[in-house]
Design a protein around this ligand. Structure first.
Ligand code: CA
Length: 266
């Protein structure tokens, strides 16, 4: 990881001078344990720009990771999935456009929202960026405020249709808008963590997830939770589903993790 230097009055993202006073980070009420803070990966080779973007996003309450090229970005993605990725057009190895294209081609990263950053202002590049699958496009210089507004807009758009979705599995139905799980007319009583766990399982069925992956995807990567805590919540979830005879859907895969599946265990 890089060292943190102090910010100076002259620090900029492009020619936009950021007032030191404005950039002071706020301490968040729930700090690092806030499950809802969105994760952003910044892929930008120019360190001063990357650091300023990171600073602005952290101040707005985002969790930030930084990568200096496509290769590092790939490693960061494999390690932990962000909610959105900012990709600079000009990178030293694979170009930002190439990286965006390949992310949009792959099943695991297809839905990951991408905002492209570039110093070029030409209309042609903008079109190429959007054609390559970018969800939005920002031309440097931009203010941290504008960036945060765009990030929020893209996150809203990308989360939009999903959040109102109803996920159905047999008679088991999860209403994402109402945060409720029903079997027919009966409500399945679930705590917030069991709800999130079931939501994740129901939207990612028939695939084994390790405890570590579940921690990352359901709890959020940097929350201090021990892996065996997951077992506790899985047990509670099964208990809640037991009355409805759906506990069998949450399956333990020995030595690997858990799987949500309609098929018989094994
Ligand atoms: Ca660059």
């Amino acid at each position: 990881m890089m060292s943190r230097r102090h910010l100076h009055e002259t620090d900029k993202i492009g020619p936009c001078v950021i007032q030191l006073q404005q950039m002071r980070p706020r301490v968040r009420a729930h700090g690092r344990n806030n499950m809802s803070s969105k994760k952003i990966l910044i892929v930008e080779d120019e360190r001063p720009i990357r650091e300023m973007i990171a600073f602005g996003l952290k101040r707005a309450g985002f969790e930030v990771r930084e990568a200096e090229d496509s290769r590092t970005a790939r490693a960061a993605l494999a390690d932990r999935r962000p909610d959105l990725i900012l990709i600079d057009w000009m990178l030293p190895d694979t170009s930002g456009l190439e990286l965006t294209r390949s992310l949009k081609r792959e099943r695991d990263t297809r839905d990951l929202p991408v905002i492209m950053l570039t110093a070029r202002a030409e209309e042609g590049d903008k079109v190429a960026g959007l054609d390559g699958g970018a969800d939005d496009y920002m031309t440097k210089p931009f203010s941290p405020r504008e960036l945060v507004a765009r990030v929020n807009a893209v996150l809203r758009r990308s989360g939009g249709p999903d959040e109102n979705e109803r996920v159905q599995f047999d008679d088991l139905s999860l209403d994402r808008a109402g945060h409720r799980v029903m079997v027919g007319e009966r409500t399945v009583p679930l705590g917030p963590t069991e709800y999130r766990l079931l939501e994740f399982f129901m939207t990612h069925p028939e695939r084994v997830y390790s405890r570590e992956q579940l921690l990352d995807r359901v709890w959020g990567g940097n929350v201090y939770v021990e892996e065996r805590t997951i077992d506790v919540h899985v047990r509670r979830l099964r208990k809640a589903l037991e009355d409805f005879r759906y506990d069998r859907l949450v399956q333990t895969v020995r030595g690997a993790g858990y799987r949500f599946s309609a098929r018989a265990e094994g």
